[in-house]
Design a protein around this ligand. Structure first.
Ligand code: SF4
Length: 258
């Protein structure tokens, strides 16, 4: 009888599918910290997080899956030099990010107090959301505990075979998680084929003259924010980065350089 009860408990216990809470340590995240982590970005019309690109005072950088093109062109590198406080904030954000687990990732009250729209939230505007496998579970926990938000995550973690498979298994089935594979001109035809064949929504940046994918010749979707200068449009956009979740179709989104 005891065994049956124990089995029933294990099968019904809500764990949100994440293995990261086995120690059940409750780490408090204050409202001040959440205000630091989620900053409002007018150009995309939503709240967004950041992680450090390179090493900071207390943390290692998150962009482990970056390409040579990232190293050559990332505009944040220049901004870090102009605004030293950026790196300090990234360091604080990383501390908060690493604390997030199922005991502190229900942001319902926090978002309900915001005057700006919180129906869509982005990870990240700089840095990589999925540096390691634990980040996939971290994001999954956030999605499950905050079903009123549509979480948008452009990522280069697809370049890691294990992370790609984990994202497909844990996040792709979620209704409120829009994952985009970030692409640039350094990506190979094999990589284009792999990700198109894997049905990922793709976000391409770095060559305004490339208007269709190099493998199947599928026409890219011109991002309204960057091509038509529609600032804040990401919050309403259906046919671009959110297409997989809003119109049930994958898209190759083309961001203009200018
Ligand atoms: S395609 Fe839509 S969601 Fe994506 S960056 Fe452009 S405006 Fe924003």
């Amino acid at each position: 009888m005891l065994i049956i009860l124990r089995l029933t408990y294990l099968l019904t216990k809500p764990n949100h599918g994440t293995p990261m809470n086995t120690k059940e340590i409750n780490m408090t995240v204050t409202t001040t910290e959440l205000n630091d982590l989620f900053r409002y970005c007018g150009d995309i019309g939503m709240f967004a997080t950041d992680r450090p690109i390179n090493d900071t005072e207390n943390h290692t950088g998150s962009c482990d899956h970056r390409t040579d093109y990232c190293d050559d062109t990332c505009y944040n590198v220049k901004l870090y030099k102009m605004y030293p406080n950026m790196s300090k904030r990234d360091d604080r954000c990383e501390t908060i990010w690493q604390k997030l687990d199922k005991t502190n990732s229900d942001f319902t009250d926090f978002f309900s107090r915001k005057h700006k729209d919180t129906s869509r939230v982005r990870h990240m505007t700089r840095g990589e959301a999925f540096k390691k496998a634990i980040d996939v579970y971290r994001v999954k926990t956030m999605c499950l505990l905050n079903p009123d938000q549509l979480w948008w995550i452009p990522t280069r973690a697809w370049r890691d075979t294990r992370l790609k498979a984990l994202i497909e298994k844990e996040l792709m089935p979620l209704d409120n998680c829009a994952v985009n594979a970030s692409f640039d001109p350094s990506n190979t035809d094999e990589e284009w084929k792999l990700m198109i064949d894997s049905d990922w929504n793709i976000m391409f940046y770095g060559d305004d003259n490339l208007t269709s994918d190099p493998v199947y010749g599928k026409r890219m979707f011109k991002c309204p924010k960057t091509w038509k200068k529609m600032s804040g449009h990401c919050n309403d956009c259906k046919a671009g980065c959110f297409a997989q979740k809003t119109i049930n179709r994958t898209q190759i989104v083309h961001l203009s350089e200018h």
